[in-house]
Design a protein around this ligand. Structure first.
Ligand code: FES
Length: 251
């Protein structure tokens, strides 16, 4: 194992600021991950050429690949910093390369603003509506087959990996992205959520909706939680087509 680890970080001091690169060299420790590397840099923020600098900013919360907050581009691949192990990264290339995701505005260094994803969830109403906080008894029974279909979609952590690799998500498009489409399907498949399915389908048929998907299928390969995104997009495509036909006949 090496005595030191070299890390190259793309930094940016503020929103809209000019990105620049700094290199750091740290003593190697067994079982390091990218978060522990960033913590070591924060303890002694000095570049590899001996220049004092500010600590690198990054985001994290759960440290177990559940919240998605630590997502960044590591060695050219979007993934979670908390589960990116240094030993594995060094097998990919000798200098570990850290960059912020490119499809979201950079707030500082490796911290990005993922609000567009949460706005997309609001757009498709990705929740079960309740009209009381009182006790309404047990919810409806969910058949095992339905639970099997819903569970993989419920693993989404809104990390942003699918948007990062999607060519349809760019500065010229309002595409809500695969994650919001899959969440609309997840809630339409719920017996209570199905009662408001039409509203979600209308949202998917609106601007930036499902018709903006270019079917590149990059999303499903990049998803760290193996959410069946392309399957969900296909389900949403069929459902919106039926909804449009029904709407046409009932108008
Ligand atoms: S800190 Fe939550 S996914 Fe990495």
């Amino acid at each position: 194992m090496p005595e030191t680890v070299t890390v190259r970080v793309q930094r940016q001091d503020q929103r809209g600021g000019r990105p620049y690169t700094q290199e750091f060299r740290l003593p190697y420790k067994p079982r390091m991950n990218v978060i522990s590397v960033l913590q070591d840099i924060a303890c002694e923020p000095r570049t590899a050429s001996g220049e004092d600098t500010t600590p690198v900013a990054w985001d994290c919360a759960c440290l177990e690949e559940v919240c998605g907050a630590c997502s960044m581009v590591i060695n050219g691949k979007v993934r979670q910093a908390c589960t990116a192990l240094v030993d594995n990264l060094l097998k990919e290339q000798p200098v570990i390369d850290l960059r912020p995701m490119t499809k979201f505005p950079v707030i500082r260094d490796l911290v990005v603003d993922r609000s567009r994803m949460f706005e997309a969830l609001k757009q498709v109403k990705a929740w079960i509506p309740v009209d009381t906080y009182g006790d309404v008894g047990e919810g409806p029974m969910i058949a095992p087959e339905q639970a099997d279909s819903r569970y993989p979609k419920s693993r989404c952590m809104t990390c942003g990996c699918c948007l990062e690799v999607c060519p349809q998500v760019n500065e010229h498009s309002d595409f809500i992205g695969p994650q919001a489409i899959a969440q609309a399907v997840l809630f339409n498949e719920h017996p209570t959520g199905a009662m408001t399915a039409a509203t979600r389908l209308e949202a998917l048929m609106g601007p930036g909706g499902i018709s903006d998907c270019g079917n590149s299928q990059n999303c499903v390969k990049a998803c760290p939680k193996e959410v069946p995104l392309t399957e969900a997009i296909a389900i949403a495509g069929r459902a919106t087509t039926w909804h449009a036909i029904k709407r046409w006949f009932t108008k």
